[in-house]
Design a protein around this ligand. Sequence first.
Ligand SMILES: [Zn+2]
Length: 391
Amino acid sequence: MISSQTVTDVCNAIDPERLVQTAVDLIAIPSPTRSATRVADFLAKLLQDEGFAVERPVAGWSESPAVAARFASGTDGKTLQFNGHLDTVHLPFVPPRTEDGLLYGSGASDMKGGVAAMVEALRVLRETEALTAGSILLTAHDLHERPWGDGSQVNELIASGFVGDAVLLPEYLSDRLPLVGRGQASLQVEVTREGVPVHEVLGGIDQPSVIMAGAELICRLRELDTELSQLTHPLAGRESVFVGQVHAGEMFNQSPTKLELSGTRRWLPSTTMDAAREPLLQIFEEVAQTHQVQVNGQVAVSRDAYEIAQNDPLVAAFQGAHEAATGHELPVGSKPFVDDGNAFVRLGGIPAITHGPAATGAHTINEQVPVEELVRVATVYALTAISYCNS
Ligand SMILES: [Zn+2]
């Protein structure tokens, strides 16, 4: 339990103008994935100038070393980590702007607004002296957004020990407490035949057909999806294989040499990555044999599936903080997307909760986030830390 006096102190200490200014400063420095150097340098200097202990772990990406800042209460206790990514998707740059209580610009929703909120939480924990035990580790990094990044910088941060006992990640999810997240891999399949494109009546009709092979491939994937739909989780729904794109052929009476197909495979924590991949590879091989074509199928794992225990101390601390900040707990649920939280749980064994502002327009040029949501996230983060680090 957090005392009502502490809640009041934290709420009073949060400075919305300072929080928004930090967000505006971060957004104003363009940082498409693989180019987060300048914004990381800015954040490191800002935290250092404010008196926090800052390190710059390279974490496998010397182009843009990560930022790690620590604040310790001085008394033994747990470490709560706040982790965010500083890179944004590769879309035209939108400069920061606030209007009618909304913050706009590249990364406002995903996730520089959230990073500014976690910086504000860090400041408030120091100013109020409300963190009576344990410490905070704030980390920020590049290489999050796919397909330009591969998540390797946060993987390296985890591998090199830049982790707390639990972690909060301010992605734009605010209506549930995600206890479970499905794993996800992208499918990239190329079906090819020997030779060159040829007119249907000049031998084309006698060639192995990449289109017929593709058609069978799609049917087989649908059958697999029907099987996978039997694998369910009460919070996370079902496993799936999904085809989102298929392309072949140049014109109506020519035999083509290539078909391309792409989609996703999503799986539950009870399935291993290898088990998720294996039936796909088998289908590729069988279709190749039947149709005398080559099937080159890549199943590229983004993140593995994970689940955290409902009785984990992080969950109780978070729910108490959320109730203190908003008057209610969040319903438990699943995370619809994959994010770095999957990596903290699966690679580091560290409980992770993704929770951020109710923001819109992620991965578009219309990102916007209510300032009051950023204030709410900063409050929830600070209160969760006070409760968790002491537990
Ligand atoms: Zn994000």
